[in-house]
Design a protein. Structure first.
Length: 116
């Protein structure tokens, strides 16, 4: 099974940017659809953005549309989430999830803190 490792989180001022990475180990990422989720303290985990296995199809939640960009490079086994114009509402733990034939594989998450 694939193992996913997120990185790139940190603390940033409102209006700033971060780039999160989701790297696959153990298996190639090329067959997996990948989603980025976030979980704010005390709240449920929400889907932020997703990308199909070949990168041709993407999805964005309304609350990040126009600010976040998801992309992937299967040769590098990596999916990125570029986050611009961050606000305090974007604070949370960001997880990537790999989907393949109905199975889900989660990473351990990376913390994002946006201060106003």
């Amino acid at each position: 099974q694939v193992q996913l490792v997120e990185s790139g989180g940190g603390s940033v001022q409102a209006g700033g940017s971060l780039r999160l990475s989701c790297v696959a180990a153990g298996r190639t990422l090329g067959s997996y659809g990948i989603g980025w989720f976030r979980q704010a303290p005390g709240k449920e985990r929400d889907l932020v953005a997703a990308i199909g296995w070949n990168g041709r199809r993407t999805y964005y939640a309304d609350f990040v549309e126009g600010r976040f960009t998801i992309s992937r490079d299967n040769a590098e086994n990596t999916v990125w989430l570029v986050m611009n114009s961050l606000s305090s509402g974007d604070t949370g733990v960001y997880y990537c999830r790999g989907d393949l034939v109905g199975l889900h594989y989660w990473g351990q998450g990376t913390q994002v803190i946006v201060s106003s």
